[in-house]
Write a protein that binds this ligand. Sequence first.
Ligand SMILES: Nc1ncnc2c1ncn2[C@@H]1O[C@H](COP(=O)(O)OP(=O)(O)O)[C@@H](O)[C@H]1O
Ligand SMILES: [Mg+2]
Length: 250
Amino acid sequence: MLSIKNLHATIGDKEILKGINLEVKAGEVHAIMGPNGAGKSTLASIIAGNENYEVTDGAIFLDGEDLSDLAPEERAHKGVFLSFQYPVEIPGVSVTNFMRTAINETRKAQGLEEMPANQMLKVIREKSELLEIDRKFLSRSLNEGFSGGEKKRNEIFQMAMLEPKLAILDETDSGLDIDALRIVANGVNKLKSDKNAVVVITHYQRLLDYIVPDFVHVLLDGKIVKSGNASLALELEEKGYDWIKQEQEA
Ligand SMILES: Nc1ncnc2c1ncn2[C@@H]1O[C@H](COP(=O)(O)OP(=O)(O)O)[C@@H](O)[C@H]1O
Ligand SMILES: [Mg+2]
C-alpha cells in the first residue's frame, strides 16, 4: 500500500530525512518511535504532502502510484489521512456539518454525487455508536474549547467517517492523557481492517499498550535504524534510545 524509497528531505538548507525506506501493507499497523527531533512529524507531513519541506531524493508510492506531484488534498482524496489536519476552531460549524462537507468534497473529487442526507445521518449514527461518541458532541462547534480528549475523539471520528486507506496518527509527545490514549487506541482497533493500514507515530511506548503494532520502527536522526515487532517497543521503554545509538556506533 505505502512504499517509501530512499526518502531524503530538507527544510531550508537543513537535511531532516536522510534516506527513509518503509513498506506498509494493507491490514498492518506500524509504529514509528524515536526521540524528539528525530524527524517523525516531518515524515508524516511529507507523506501527507506538506509543501514546506523539499524532497531532495527518493519517492513515496501509494498503491504503486508516485505521490510526488500530488497536492495534499489530492493525496487525501486518494485515501491518505493525517491526524491534526484541521486543528482550527470553527465557531458555528458543528462537528457533524464539518464531516458532511469533508465527505462530500471527497466524493466530488472522486466523481461521485453528494451523499444523500438520510444516508449521511445513518453513517454518522453508525460511526458515532461504534466509537461511543455522545450525540451532544456532534452538535458542538468544531474544536471550540475542545479538551485534549475531545480533539482526539474528533480526529478519530473524522478517520471513521472518511475511511482512509492509510491513516497516519502523529501522537505528539505532550498533552496525551490516558483517556486520550484510550480514545485513539480504541478508534484504531475498531477501524482497522484488511483493506486499510495505520502508521502510529509516538514518542512513548504507553500508547502501544493499547494498540498492538505489527511492526515497530525506530527513527533516529532522519533514518530508520531498527525495525522489529511489538517487543521492540517494550525494549525501548526499558532501555531508552541511547542503547540503539550505541549499537549504531559499535
Ligand atoms: N519548520 C521547520 N523549520 C526548521 N526546522 C524544522 C522545522 N520543522 C522541523 N524542523 C527540525 O527538524 C527536525 C525534526 O523535527 P520533527 O520532525 O518535528 O521531529 P519529531 O517529530 O521526531 O520530534 C528537528 O531538528 C526540528 O528542529
Ligand atoms: Mg513530532
